[in-house]
Design a protein around this ligand. Structure first.
Ligand code: SF4
Length: 96
C-alpha cells in the first residue's frame, strides 16, 4: 500500500522471486529501445516481490529510494523489457 492506503498492484502471477532473480541477472543487458515514458514514483516496482526496506515515502504519498545513488541495476533499469513489465497499471513507462 502507499501512504493513501491504495494497494499498488503488480501482475500477481508474474510477481515472483524467480522473476526478481531473472531481472537481477539480466539487468546488465540494455534497456529496450521500445521503452517510452518516465518513472512517476508510484513505488510499485519497489514492492517486487516484497516491499524493499529502502523504499521511503514523502508527504505527497509518492515513493522514493532511500539509497538512490547506490540502487542496484535492476532497480535503475526497471522496466528493462516489456516482458518484465508487471506494474503497468501504475507505472509511467510503457512499450511501443
Ligand atoms: S513502477 Fe514504474 S513509475 Fe512506478 S516506481 Fe517503478 S519505474 Fe517508477
Amino acid at each position: 500500500m502507499n501512504l493513501t492506503g491504495e494497494t499498488l498492484m503488480a501482475d500477481t502471477k508474474r510477481n515472483t522471486w524467480m522473476a526478481k532473480l531473472k531481472r537481477t541477472f539480466t539487468s546488465i543487458l540494455p534497456v529496450s529501445p521500445k521503452r517510452r515514458g518516465r518513472c512517476i514514483n508510484c513505488g510499485a516496482c519497489c514492492r517486487l516481490p516484497n516491499v524493499c526496506p529502502f523504499l521511503k515515502t514523502n508527504g505527497d504519498g509518492k515513493g522514493y529510494c532511500g539509497i538512490y545513488p547506490l540502487r542496484p541495476l535492476n532497480c535503475r533499469k526497471y522496466p528493462r523489457t516489456e516482458s518484465e513489465h508487471i506494474t503497468k497499471d501504475t507505472c509511467g513507462f510503457h512499450f511501443e
